[in-house]
Design a protein around this ligand. Structure first.
Ligand code: ATP
Ligand code: MG
Length: 342
């Protein structure tokens, strides 16, 4: 549990002493948790002001399944930082707010993010993690699995399925509102992901553990072609990108991914059983969005936003389709490394 710091009435010197004691014991935590617990308990008893949990959670990360979501802060972050993704912004805000406001969810929240390279799928996962756990992606309760790193061999599917079930069971037992991100879903061998199907379903408990407060996010390039085609149709018809609606994409996306052997969700029971709550489309980024990424990166580096540099970096990117050259083929992905040359 996270509380506001300091309580009135504890003398400053005593607080400093206890702080030192705790920092020292924290260093030893990895070796000897029992003594650490006793030391913290003694410190708490000495003052009578702070509970064990208060002290412990001030220095170690604690799971707080009831931690509320600050929906307006999330909205602001998405609107200010995520460029050109009106659908993703809308769906993610709606999904997270609805899920966190629900005192008794019937299943974990499962989102599947799809889109072209460099359009912000990992970026938005980081924003979500930051709003769900104070330590964001560094939290012990946020887990990132990368297909090519964690599940590389096709002949080991059975082993990976067992491992996945154990990891997820273990992590949700420790913290009910754990977050799991599966990156590179399009490179995941077919069938692996179905191992987690029981956890995503409408069960109250599986083997004594409730998964209903957990969040599962899948990231994938699969379906990027479908999304691009739709965006391009709108563009060619002289319609604004912002006119693309979720209903123009959600159904085609889920069918497309289900029928795509290289989506990680090919013939997956997760789609069959409607266990994915939202398919979130990421539109391909245009020249003006790349410019926005360059400006944001310059600002993040504390540099002056020089419009000449912005234009030069954006012009270095390559755009498709061949004739119209509307969309950046790497999205904003190489902006950071390109800026190093200026
Ligand atoms: N829509 C966006 N708005 C703002 N910044 C973005 C956006 N898309 C990408 N970026 C920037 O580009 C970087 C790379 O994007 P990101 O890693 O999120 O792409 P991705 O969609 O996961 O691509 P891939 O499919 O290749 O993994 C981000 O860290 C961010 O700085
Ligand atoms: Mg990515």
């Amino acid at each position: 549990m996270w509380r506001a710091s300091g309580r009135p009435g504890v003398p400053a010197a005593l607080r400093r002493l206890l702080l030192l004691l705790l920092l020292a014991t924290r260093e030893a935590a990895a070796l000897e948790p029992v003594s650490v617990g006793l030391a913290i308990g003694a410190a708490s008893a000495l003052t009578g002001y702070l509970s064990y949990t208060d002290w412990y959670c001030r220095f170690a990360e604690c799971c707080d399944a009831e931690r509320p979501l600050d929906a307006s802060a999330l909205k602001q972050d998405l609107e200010e930082k995520l460029f050109g993704q009106h659908l993703a912004t809308e769906v993610i805000l709606k999904a997270l707010t609805g899920f966190k406001n629900n005192k008794n969810p019937k299943k974990p929240l499962t989102l599947s993010l799809h889109g072209w390279a460099g359009t912000g799928k990992n970026f938005v996962s980081q924003i979500m993690a930051d709003h769900l756990h104070p330590r964001g992606l560094k939290s012990h309760f946020v887990h990132l699995y990368v297909s090519t790193l964690h599940f590389p061999h096709e002949q080991k599917i059975k082993l990976y399925q067992d491992q996945l079930q154990k990891w997820i069971h273990g992590n949700v037992s420790k913290c009910a509102n754990s977050m799991f991100i599966f990156d590179e879903m399009d490179k995941l061998h077919p069938g692996i992901i179905d191992a987690i199907k029981p956890f995503l379903d409408y069960y109250e408990q599986v083997d004594g553990v409730s998964y209903r407060r957990a969040i599962f996010i899948f990231l994938s390039n699969a379906g990027g072609d479908i999304i691009t085609r739709t965006a391009l149709d709108f563009w060619r018809a002289g319609r604004k990108r912002e006119e693309v609606q979720l209903k123009d994409l959600e159904a085609v996306l889920s069918v497309g991914v289900f029928n795509n052997k290289h989506s990680g969700l090919w013939h997956s029971g997760l789609i069959d059983r409607n266990l994915i709550d939202y398919f979130v489309p990421f539109l391909p980024l245009e020249y003006r969005h790349v410019q926005m990424c360059v400006r944001a990166e310059l600002q993040a580096r504390g540099a002056v936003v020089d419009e000449e540099v912005v234009a030069r970096v954006a012009q270095e990117m390559t755009f498709f389709p061949k004739d119209e050259k509307i969309y950046s083929d790497k999205g904003c992905k190489t902006v950071q490394s390109r800026l190093d040359f200026y």
